[in-house]
Ligand binder design. Structure first.
Ligand code: NAD
Length: 502
């Protein structure tokens, strides 16, 4: 049985042993270890270590910081298989998918290696007679990241490479469901030469989150998770005077126009709907099929779903693994009956899916549910609007582009969406009219590259700054403008008027 601890000031610590939580192997349903749940005192110790380490790291040269990031990138790359195996063992996703999340996270590290360029300010010579002005951006101090279970490596890597490159000290509070990846990353930071105290990990739950949100020395909080908690984190953190970016849940629609290539659409819908068992905030969970292509498209989707191989994450033949926990699997599975009660047609029932090395999903030990397809899902039903966050693909029939757009814009969330069409004019209109933050045109999961910023609209993001890219640099720094005059023999004397340039 493994025991997962905190990482504070460059060392593992069990902290307050009063509370722990179980860690599961989702493929078997067995308990594989325990994770410490931080007390407020444990959080205080991590923040104190970060605050003590911050001044020297802030003063480290840009090149020195960038060199540490380069070394971290190389170490992470060398350990990518180990990291992916850890993710798979606690989250359940298949190894290739876990490797993919490590690769996408590493792109943010690569972006942050360019921090000397990213932190360049502006300079204006002669804003007034012999007066110059320039802008600089400085780190905030101690910043925290609170992350969800579904990307235990990538989502923290949306945050900490940029925060640390900017000169901040970071405290990560990972999901208690899959906490081990955070400790491997902490060890690799140390090996890369990052000073102790600049990257800390507190394992835990609401107790740790609440202490981070109220701690006076935490200046900024990045959060990714479900919408109710994102809203809570945003409101609580800002009430305590912090800058907060809080990314929430999603319900992503794919609008398919009749002129689209339906084989491409079916491949894309199945890949984006069932990759990582649908536990992705950018998963496609609703296909809006514009008449008259619905029946043909559903047939093509079902053909592909029937060929999917479901099995444990460490089995190279498996394309889709289990869900993260028993309660989550039960909640997702409850939508199969609810969907039918609400008027949908259950075209593929994931409870019947065979599991490699087991039997039907519903009878195999572990947190299994196979890919499920519900057709004719009524607009506005709970199956349509709730974030199910599992391998359930809903097909909604609409009569026109306008009706499809209305369905998307009528929703609570605005994380990602995609249009599939061969009509450039329709695609351009869609990107202009849709109220969503990340849009794919014939691309099903339009996750922005590291040098752009990731974030949704409406209830998918609280705060105004998206993560990573230049918005990430902006979030983890604050600006100063310096106006300077070097004394000159004719400096002009006293003048009580408001300074104007001249
Ligand atoms: P979650 O909201 O349950 O947990 C996220 C984090 O908040 C975890 O670290 C957890 O320990 C903490 N937390 C949970 N309950 C809390 C409470 N009551 N008070 C304070 N902190 C609390 O989310 P999850 O189930 O881990 O992750 C899945 C969710 O994350 C989905 O809704 C998904 O859409 C969302 N997500 C969004 C994005 C995005 O970019 N918008 C990316 C990934 C995941």
């Amino acid at each position: 049985m493994k025991s997962v601890e905190h990482w504070i000031n460059g060392a593992l610590t069990g902290g307050d042993p009063a509370r722990t939580a179980e860690i599961f192997n989702p493929a078997t349903g067995e308990v594989s270890g325990h994770v410490a749940l931080a007390s407020a005192a444990d959080v205080d110790a991590a923040v104190a270590a970060a605050a003590a380490a911050f001044p020297a790291w802030r003063d480290a040269s840009l090149i020195k910081r960038s060199q540490v990031l380069f070394r971290f990138r190389e170490l992470m790359y060398a350990h990518r298989d180990e990291l992916a195996a850890l993710i798979s063992s606690e989250h359940g996703k298949v190894h290739s998918d876990a490797l993919g999340e490590v690769a996408r996270g590493l792109e943010v590290v690569e972006f942050a290696c360019g921090i000397p360029h990213l932190l360049k300010g502006g300079f204006s010579e002669g804003v007034s007679t012999r007066v110059d002005s320039y802008s600089i951006r400085q780190p905030l101090g101690v910043v925290a990241g609170i992350t969800p279970f579904n990307f235990p490596a990538m989502v923290p890597m949306w945050m900490f490479p940029i925060a640390i490159a900017c000169g901040n000290a970071f405290v990560l509070k990972p999901s208690e469901k899959d906490p081990s990846a955070s400790l491997l990353m902490a060890r690799l930071w140390q090996e890369a030469g990052l000073p102790d105290g600049i990257f800390n990990v507190v394992q835990g739950d609401k107790v740790a989150v609440d202490r981070l949100l109220e701690h006076p020395d935490v200046r900024g909080v990045s959060f990714v998770g479900s919408t109710p908690i994102a809203q809570y984190v945003y409101e609580t953190g800002t009430r305590h005077g912090k800058r907060v970016q809080a990314l929430g849940g999603a319900k992503n629609h794919m609008l398919v126009l009749p002129d689209a290539d339906l084989d491409l659409v079916a491949d894309s819908a199945v890949s984006a709907g069932f990759g990582s068992a649908g536990e992705r905030c950018m998963a496609i969970s609703v296909v809006l099929a514009v008449d008259p292509i619905g029946d043909e498209l559903v047939q093509k989707i079902v053909e592909r779903v029937d060929g999917l191989v479901v099995g444990p994450g460490d089995d190279p033949k498996a394309q889709m693994g289990p869900l993260v926990s028993g309660p989550h699997r039960d909640k997702v599975a409850s939508y199969l009956d609810l969907g039918v009660q609400e008027g949908a047609k259950l075209v593929v029932d994931g409870r019947e899916t065979p599991v490699l090395g087991g039997g039907r999903a519903s009878e195999t030990p572990g947190f299994w549910l196979g890919p499920t397809v519900l057709d004719h899902v009524p607009v506005g039903s709970r199956t349509h609007t709730d974030e199910i966050f599992g391998p359930v693909l809903s097909i909604v029939r609409v009569s026109s582009y306008e009706e499809g757009l209305q369905v998307i814009n009528g929703g609570l969330y605005g994380n990602g969406t995609a249009i599939f069409t061969n009509d450039g004019g329709a695609a351009r209109r869609f990107q202009n009219e849709v109220e969503v933050g990340m849009i794919g045109v014939n691309v099903p999961i339009p996750v922005p590259m590291a040098f752009y910023s990731f974030g949704g609209w409406k209830s998918s993001l609280f705060g105004d700054t998206h993560v990573h890219g230049t918005e990430g640099v902006h979030f983890y720094t604050r600006g100063k403008v310096v106006t300077s005059r070097w004394l000159d023999p004719s400096h002009g004397g006293v003048n009580l008027g408001f300074p104007t340039n001249g």
